[in-house]
Design a binder for this molecule. Sequence first.
Ligand code: C2E
Ligand code: MG
Ligand code: MG
Ligand code: MG
Length: 282
Amino acid sequence: NAKKMGGNTYRIYYEELSKHEMENLMIANSLRNAIAKDELNLSYQPKIDIDSGEVVGMEALLRWENSEIGQIFPDKFIPIAEDTGLIIPIGTWVIKEACKMNKSMLDLGYPPMRVSVNISAKQFKDVNFINIIKDTLKDSGLPANQLELEITETFALIDVKNTIEMLSKLKEIGVYISVDDFGKGYSSLNYLRDMDIDELKIDKSFILGLTKNPKNASIAKTIIMLAHQLNMNVTAEGVEKVEDLLFLKSNKCDKVQGFYYSKPVTKDIFIDYLNEYNKETC
Ligand code: C2E
Ligand code: MG
Ligand code: MG
Ligand code: MG
């Protein structure tokens, strides 16, 4: 869609772009300044240990509010950030912010929790990724095992050799690794054998539909058994109803996350939640 105008000047003919392309272009342009304009924030969603009932971690989820476009959700802007390469600076910002937040929770006297951060394929392939992780842990003072990186199986399989290498470096540092949205992609089981992974997160499509279709329940149960057979932990994401929680509990799922407990919230509300939650369960 870019036409050569002579010299090195290119002009994009906006009339030729579809509404969708226009929108993506606008988002990409605004996203470029999102960090500098302080428009990014992290929301945190608690992760609960089913047996003890304790909050043992939280997932950091990116939020972006632009003055013109308004609130845009990650499903919309993360793919654009990936296409434009902006995911590198944005992803780095997320890692730093999440580690800082978790360290401040430790400093406030809360029991050690693990913060998990979603990582895109592009970040994982970046030659600086390991150094970013090392530097962030050093600068924040957060113990490595209190940082969890969530990767997806689809991207783990794009470049298996690189992923295996990267994971072993991360394990050397002591970072915790989980596979997000497990069961949603084109699963191939050999990577579970060849890659050093600590946890599987059952894709929420199975958990949201747990009671609607008995096959979802069978799949969830099977993923729990698979994880345990391979000495991995397992988290169910998308737990909204008490009956889902009870099903997961009786099938020995380790951790749960979902609207039943809390939506992703700001750091301050997360702390309020934690204080209330501890009071109720004491
Ligand atoms: P995800 O990593 O699988 O995160 C879980 C998503 O499910 C979150 O959506 C969360 O709000 C939602 N969720 C949690 N509990 C429930 C529930 O009980 N019911 C339902 N219906 N939904 C629930 P969110 O925050 O919109 O994020 C969407 C996706 O965007 C994430 O999926 C993740 O893949 C991506 N994402 C978010 N933040 C980042 C980030 O910092 N970096 C990267 N690379 N991706 C991110
Ligand atoms: Mg995730
Ligand atoms: Mg994800
Ligand atoms: Mg997920």
